[in-house]
Ligand binder design. Structure first.
Ligand code: GLC
Length: 824
């Protein structure tokens, strides 16, 4: 509440530092520094040294690029600091910070009444926002896309089931994007402690009552004000100037790091269940997948593979020959991913625990004894992943799994979860860190998942060198994308959760975590086959595509559903494999510059107000729009089409929109998906698993637009499993069209494979939205002949379908120096 903020007071002195200024008041020191022309760091530190006992950042890896030129100016009432794109204006009496765009508009201005200050728990800041501002990001949250008028606590928690009323979940990312409808900026508060945001949620009614309500975890704000704060006695935030949403997302991921390229198989379909056990059941899943012709790359072993839930062991009874099992599965194209929970069973006969004690790797209580909690194995000790030595010890323990043939690690329960405490987690006073330099759990809590995943990364680096890690985590904080992909934890087999996965994953994506997905079919409860079929359709277009289900729930595997559901799942899982060249290219782009893979409509269409709070459809890259069906028995759904032409991904049928909702038919075997005008979409081959067949671009869809008379898409390719790409061993197949000269459409396809041979076969090219048949078509200067039917396009020739407005070219050439010219 307002009165609980101890304000900063006035600035009594200013000194200039490289790229910034240090201002002092009676209760704080405020450092303001430009890290680039559009990123400003603001730090409020207590005058004493108490903050020095807080841990350094777990999230920030790149606090600045080449230092920009900053100009500074001090007046009696204010200090100004300017880069080429933003001016920080600090009012001195009392100290208030605001950011001015080049046109003079102030954004993220401290509230005149409060600004920054100390709270009972830590530190916080009040800022103003313009009415109509939308807020996106905040990591993993239930609810809709826009968090305007929402108050949130960020404290990693193992909650199940979760509902719209659930506050904290497993991943906490104190980052948001504020979008006014015209421009965007972002703020990242760098903390791994509990933090809270109140984005203009109105006051509660001031009724008096005898009931003694618990105090709110966050201060109240007025309706044009927001607040963010942390339990740390320091406030360290970064302001990203934008001015567009993609700039903010990229700058945030620049600061907190990029995802590493996972193995290509990680983009395939993953089948999981709590638990496939004993080993015969795992074999049965694998056999059924192949028998029923459902592509699949990964099978997961949940906790029951272990010996009494002891990490890094196999149950001698249920998994007596893990190496044999995994080698048989490998023959069949499956990778095995095992769950690894942090809790180590307290058992004096168990070598991992005994060694851990000897090496003093566990989190301790303030009295120096090992901290104990309770998870699946019973009483457990928790490794202190904040210590490098503990991480290395943990990493080395993976030998037992990797030697047996495990190729992916699933880090769960790493909030960390503790069934023995009412809080569900560790005591905040438990201690991390090296002896003599301990830090309380309260300040490390949200980073525990990051540190655990970092230890797992080390396991791959030490034990499987030159193999790309596949690590999936439940918990994390800012920067988790550097270490692992994330699934959204224990959702339920509810239609509401199918829908919620859209805004949830979009907000994760905007928070830097692009490789993300929700359990397909829903985890808790039993799913009916229609829900699984609809969810599989959507999952096929989401970055991480894993089906998972709770113990004792009805089987949710695609082959167990019965018809027509099994066939619908097959159709979309197969489609997913054909999308891999496109998806892998998006993944690579994200690893390069942080561009999100899956994103809300507002990311691509910020000028269209209808998209600003849109939560029930999304973009996969900038080319594909997906409008999932999230209601039972729905035979149609309204789909919003931003202005322009859109081609149905399956039928090629074109919708021309002025920016409107259209009721689209969607029988059970169809999910509305569209290709945006101007796009190029490469389709790969159908496969039962990644690497089963050599990749080819079987089909390329090209949808030239009137406005964009040329386009290019470069399909990324590398070996998909080693780190050789870091030495430049990758290539591209460049596909481009030029429709500038009316009456002539030129198309070129060529591979750049100097460092990695990526030339692949090109089958058929569809050119969509063409009003007339070409008079002639030349391939490499030689005429292509018109054929009479689609069947004849398995060899060279062309066919024009006037009803669909589609020209199909049968090319069947390698992707090297291909030139096609169509004359109208
Ligand atoms: C947790 C996980 C879930 C897993 C279960 C058993 O609930 O979130 O995915 O199946 O633990 O390990």
């Amino acid at each position: 509440m307002h009165h609980s903020l101890d304000p900063l007071g006035s600035c009594s002195s200013v000194s200039w530092i490289s790229n910034g200024a240090v201002l002092t008041t009676s209760s704080a020191r405020v450092d303001i520094q430009a890290l680039s022309h559009s990123v400003i760091r603001v730090r409020m530190l207590p005058p004493s040294d108490e903050h020095l006992r807080l841990p350094p950042s777990f999230a920030v890896v790149q606090p600045g690029r080449p230092i920009p030129a900053v100009t500074g100016e001090e007046r009696t009432d204010c200090v100004r600091l300017s880069t080429s794109s933003i001016t920080v204006e600090v009012q001195k009496h009392p100290l208030r910070v605001s950011f001015l765009r080049p046109d003079g508009t102030a954004v993220a201005a401290d509230s005149p009444a409060h600004g920054m200050g100390w709270t009972e728990r830590g530190a916080g800041c009040y800022k103003r926002f313009a009415p109509g501002t939308h807020f996106y990001g905040f990591g993993e949250r239930t609810g809709f896309l826009d968090k305007q008028r929402t108050a949130m606590t960020l404290w990693n928690s193992d909650v199940n089931p979760h509902t719209p009323g659930t506050d904290s979940l497993y991943v906490s990312i104190p980052f948001f994007i504020a979008f006014s409808g015209q421009s965007a900026y972002g703020i990242y508060m760098d903390t791994a402690a509990r933090s809270a945001f109140n984005m203009g949620r109105p006051r509660f009614m001031p009724w008096t009552s005898e009931i003694d309500l618990a105090p709110l975890p966050y201060p109240e704000v007025d309706s044009e004000e927001y607040w963010f704060g942390t339990d740390e006695k320091r406030l360290d935030y970064y302001f990203f100037a934008g001015p567009v949403i993609p700039d903010v997302v990229r700058a945030y991921s620049d600061l907190t790091g990029r995802m590493q390229l996972p193995p290509l198989w990680a983009l395939g379909y993953h089948q999981c269940r709590f638990s496939y056990c004993p080993e015969g059941q795992v074999r049965e899943v694998a056999r059924s997948m192949r028998e029923v012709d459902i592509p699949c790359d990964a099978i997961y072993l949940d906790i029951d593979y272990m010996d009494g839930f002891r990490v890094f062991t196999f149950s001698p009874r249920h998994f007596p020959r893990p190496a044999q099992l995994m080698s048989d599965l490998r023959e069949d194209g499956f990778k095995v991913v095992t769950i690894v929970d942090p809790g180590v069973k307290v058992d004096s006969q168990y070598p991992v625990y005994r060694q851990g004690r000897r090496k003093r790797v566990f989190i301790r209580r303030p009295d120096g004894r090992v901290y104990k909690g309770r998870v699946w194995p019973g009483v457990v000790a928790y490794p202190d992943f904040a210590r490098p030595a503990s991480r290395t010890w943990w990493a080395d323990n993976h030998k037992a799994l990797f030697d047996a043939g495990v190729r992916g690690i699933w880090n769960d329960m790493n909030e960390p979860s503790n069934f023995a405490a009412d809080t569900g987690t560790l005591d905040e006073t438990a201690l991390h860190g090296e002896p003599g330099a301990e830090v309380e759990h309260a300040y490390v809590h949200n980073a525990y998942g990051n540190l655990m995943s970092q230890a797992t990364q080390e396991a791959f680096a030490r034990l499987l060198p030159n193999t790309r890690p596949f690590i999936i985590t439940r918990a994390g904080c800012g920067g988790i994308q550097r270490h692992a992909c994330v699934w959204t934890g224990d959702n339920s087999s509810w239609w509401e959760h199918l829908m919620m996965a859209i805004p949830m994953c979009c907000n994760m994506s905007l928070s830097g975590v692009s490789f993300v997905g929700a359990d397909v079919g829903g985890f808790m409860d039993s799913a009916d086959p229609e829900l699984v079929a609809r969810w599989t359709q959507m999952g096929a277009f989401m970055p991480l595509f894993r089906s998972h289900s709770m113990i004792r729930s009805v089987p949710q595997e695609p082959y167990a559903l019965g018809e027509p559901y099994t066939s619908i799942c097959r159709k979309y899982i197969k489609l997913r494999y054909r999308l891999l060249p496109y998806m892998y290219t998006l993944l690579r782009q994200c690893a390069q510059d942080g561009t999100p893979i899956m994103r809300p409509m507002v990311y691509d269409f910020p000028d269209d107000p209808a998209t600003h709070i849109m939560y029930d459809q999304f973009m996969l890259g900038s080319h594909i729009m997906v409008a999932p069906v999230y209601l039972p028995s729905a035979a149609a759904r309204p789909v919003y089409f931003p202005r322009g032409r859109w081609a149905n991904l399956e039928t090629g049928r074109i919708i021309e929109s002025i920016g409107e909702h259209v009721l689209v038919q969607c029988p059970l075997d169809q999910i509305p998906t569209y290709l945006k005008e101007g796009s190029i979409l490469p389709w790969g081959r159908e496969m039962s698993y990644v690497g089963q067949r050599e990749q080819e671009l079987e089909v390329i869809d090209i949808f030239p637009s009137a406005a964009m008379s040329e386009g290019v898409f470069s399909v990324y390719a590398d070996d998909g499993e080693t780190l050789d790409y870091k030495d430049g061993k990758f290539g591209f197949v460049d596909i481009s069209y030029n429709y500038r000269a009316r009456g002539r459409l030129a198309l070129t396809i060529t591979s750049r494979d100097e460092r990695y041979r990526c030339t692949m076969g090109v089958g058929v090219v569809h050119i969509l939205g063409l009003p007339a048949a070409p008079k002639r078509v030349l391939l490499g200067g030689a005429p292509l002949f018109r054929v009479a039917s689609r069947d004849e396009l398995d060899r060279q020739g062309f066919l024009y379908d006037p009803a669909a407005g589609r020209l199909t070219l049968g090319l069947h050439v390698p992707s090297k120096h291909v030139t096609v010219e169509a004359c109208f």
